[in-house]
Design a binder for this molecule. Sequence first.
Ligand code: IMP
Length: 449
Amino acid sequence: MPGTVVLGAQWGDEGKGKITDLMADRMDIVVRFAGGNNAGHTVVCGEDEFKLHLMPSGILYPHITTVIGNGVVVNPKILLEEMDNLHERGISCEKLRISCNAHLVMPYHMAFDHLGELSLGNAKLGTTHRGIGPAYSDKADRMGMRVQDLLDDKIFRTKLETALERKNAILVKAFDQEPFDVDSIMTEYMGYAERLAPHIEDTSLLLHKALEDGKKVLFEGAQGTLLDLDHGTYPFVTSSSPTIGGVFTGTGVGPTHVEKVLGVAKAYVTRVGYGPFPTEQQNEIGDKLGQMGVEFGTTTGRKRRCGWLDVVLLRYAARVNGLTGIALTKLDVLSAFDRLKVCVGYSYQGKIYHDFPPHQTIFHKCEPEYLEVPGWQSDITDITERDDLPEEALRYVEFVEEAAGVPVEIVSVGPKRTQTIITREEYKPAAEEGPYLYREDFDTPATNA
Ligand code: IMP
């Protein structure tokens, strides 16, 4: 069972890039299973900076085959820009494989994402405006354009005409916007088709064969558990399944191929966009977490919302995903505090909830029940053995694993590979220091900045 899953256990931006990179050099294949270019991280290598939104992290390693699974929604323009950017810096995308069943993000999806947010006014979700929700809606509505449609211009045109008939009617009549033109989209997308064709295949079959042959496959998550369409804080969620179920529907392999499910969680919590967040600190504590943790997208500078660790949510993520381990990231950020708080329950109308509440109103209106623990207030960024952590930091990690009921197998204490405590042998990278530095910096939309 050589499949390993790395997924987000909170609201995204947990530091999955670094954890994926740690494991990548032992992998044969890295596959993305959900989301689209709403995700993203910056990869730094010496003077070079790469911004990756759609490309699986493994692309930077020549031995790895990277796969964009059928559960991903692909904006071909963005994908080709990323491929060109990598090519310019000498990185080959020859081994990139794109599922023939993945859906395409179309120009009208971005228009509807934007208009949808505008029409919601104060009730807006804070989406990334990348067309993700509308692309998944069309998929469910059986109106979507798939990657395989790029290979047949007649089918592409027929489907596009059908879709545009409906889309343009809404755009013109409901939103007073210009309609989209079939011919110009055809010209644009057929241009993409020519370049992407050599990469398109049945990736379910490819993955199945690889797993049967004992090849090591890493399933790379995007976003996080609380942004899941079913299990997250609906409607303040993304439109796909970043949780474990998404791995299987989003790649076309069965669950018996997966051996380890690693949930990545920050030692505190952040979220972008709107929606409930019980442990949020809209005060100097939140500001300090944001500053110490550099919690803003580097492109727009939009601040992430920050708050104390919530172990109720972590236990929920462990349950929903069947986590076998946790990677706890940015523990070093907490070194700045003399006292720390951890949310262990929610209080609402005289009742304490120790599990994720069954009704969203409770989650919206509850008061967090905190446990206060001492901080360690010392530099832990050079520690590589768990037992060398200051006692308070070790207690904090142990508390997390007790509360979540899952072992903490990786603790990250800084951005570099060497700044990582790894207790599970298989997760140790082959080389001490990798060529790349990952910065989780999901690029937020200017309209929300
Ligand atoms: P959408 O995925 O663009 O539709 O946005 C829906 C919600 O998910 C918004 O609150 C976004 O801020 C959030 N979101 C989407 N992708 C990410 C991510 O990669 N990290 C953190 N939040 C995200």
